[in-house]
Design a binder for this molecule. Structure first.
Ligand code: SF4
Length: 458
């Protein structure tokens, strides 16, 4: 590490703004040791240490010399952008020029950020869009022609249109899809598989765990930057949140008076009528149930924890189970692939919603905390029911700490008075060690503290 980080080292020669900081070199050496020894590590490094380069360089050196794949996960988009646009290209230059090594990296996003070529073609064929939307589809057509991989951010398309053509995990079957060779999402996945370094955010990292690690390619080591936020994000990604609006939108996919809905394809008139009746009752019961939930709030409070079993909502879950049963009976009417594409995801979402609601009403999971919530600006607006795991330590132990050869946690704020015990217990960290590095900044000399005298919200 010394030849890279020391004064007159590679970084100093290559980056005009580089300044040697001893703590940065110490951090890089610590991480290198942990990776080589296949151990877990925690590092708290103050502002100005240059943390990103201090983990990026040893991670890449290790990945290339041991033929391993490494995942870097961050909380914020800003840090991901800094990594992808600035730090990784700088590291690429140094590795090429000074070490004669080349590496591949990829930014991984959630699948709904990628377009689905098949849904796009299908949506155009159906033609159920406004004339004014045509310009968006023309732009998308040229992106399909120009770029092998592109995302929602390149398409600059309104969200409601993207919903119709974005990749849908429940309908994408790459074994049977005839468009895999021209599909941007599949091209992105091939790129991830070949990359030495993957960059993602914590949300995607934990969604991948929730999906049985089926989405991202397996990497041998993981580095969590901004590791102070993993507890809340992991809990959120592994829990659920449901509301009335989501259910109504979902029901409209099955049936909406005067419009096309999945139920229109039922061949049996009896099942067709029963399903419509069931959809209408669910919509009504949901309205009643969520109004009852609203009554649980005291005054202007916006969050209320639920600690006893909820008796309301039983009719709603019974009706949902009934509709799920009807869908099962009508399943054979959806063998044709085009129909299946709509049927499967809608039914699976209804099942997942029903399971979450039952778990909420019965407080089914011991390790979960349940609450109802509404926005303070909309006391009469939508109410959500949430359930999240309280402790993520067991999940972290099983799915991260004993799964990866090495897991490294980095942040400026992880210890309490230089003691990592609290953070360690939160994430189930048992084997491995930690290090606290002071900021190289002279805060007394280099900081000004401004205190606002007129704070409207106080
Ligand atoms: S592989 Fe999946 S995402 Fe790609 S075009 Fe086919 S269905 Fe769509």
């Amino acid at each position: 590490m010394k030849e890279i980080f020391s004064p007159d080292g590679y970084l100093d020669n290559e980056l005009p703004e580089y300044e040697y900081r001893e703590s940065q070199l110490v951090m890089a050496e610590f991480i290198q040791d942990k990776l080589i020894e296949n151990q877990n590590g925690i590092i708290e490094a103050g502002t100005g240490t240059g943390k990103t380069m201090a983990y990026l360089i040893p991670a890449l050196k290790y990945a290339l010399s041991h033929e391993k794949k490494i995942a870097i996960t961050t909380e914020t988009k800003a840090l991901q952008k800094q990594l992808v646009d600035k730090d990784i290209p700088a590291a690429q230059k140094i590795f090429k020029e000074y070490l004669g090594l080349d590496f591949k990296f990829a930014l991984c996003l959630g699948s709904s950020n990628y377009p689905c070529r098949r849904r796009f073609e299908r949506f155009l064929k159906k033609g159920s869009f406004e004339k004014s939307d045509m310009k968006h589809f023309e732009r998308l057509s040229s992106l399909f022609k120009e770029k092998r991989i592109f995302t929602f951010f390149d398409a600059e398309m309104p969200g409601h249109l993207w919903e119709e053509i974005g990749r849908d995990s429940e309908t994408c079957d790459q074994q049977r899809c005839p468009m895999t060779t021209i599909c941007p999402f599949q091209a992105a996945r091939r790129e991830w598989a070949q990359a030495d370094l993957l960059v993602m955010n914590h949300y995607l990292f934990f969604s991948n765990i929730a999906s049985g690690k089926s989405y991202l390619p397996v990497s041998e080591a993981v580095i969590f930057d901004e590791a102070h936020s993993i507890e809340s994000i992991a809990s959120r990604q592994l829990g659920f949140s449901i509301d009335h609006d989501f259910l109504i939108n979902l029901l409209q996919r099955f049936y909406q008076r005067g419009k096309y809905g999945i139920i229109n394809n039922f061949k049996s008139i009896k099942l067709h009528d029963e399903a419509i009746h069931s959809v209408e009752i669910i919509a009504k019961e949901s309205q009643i149930f969520f109004e009852k939930m609203r009554e649980k709030f005291h005054g202007a409070e916006t969050v209320r924890r639920i600690i006893t079993v909820t008796n309301e909502g039983r009719n709603l879950t019974e009706q949902m189970k009934r509709l799920i049963g009807i869908l099962e009976l009508a399943e054979q009417d959806f063998e044709e692939e085009d129909l299946r594409i709509e049927f499967d995801p809608a039914r699976n979402r209804l099942i997942a919603y029903c399971e979450s609601l039952i778990s909420f009403l019965n407080l089914s999971y011991e390790n979960y905390v349940y609450w109802i919530e509404r926005s303070d600006r909309e006391l009469l607006g939508n109410i959500s029911l949430t359930g999240r795991p309280v402790n993520i330590n067991e999940i972290m132990r099983q799915e991260v700490l004993s799964f990866y050869e090495s897991s490294i946690f980095v942040s400026a704020t992880l210890s309490i008075k230089n003691d990592f015990s609290f953070f360690m217990s939160t994430i189930g960290f048992e084997r491995g060690s930690g290090k606290v590095l002071d900021s190289p900044f002279n805060h007394k000399e280099q900081m000004i503290l401004y205190i606002c005298r007129y704070n409207k919200s106080s």
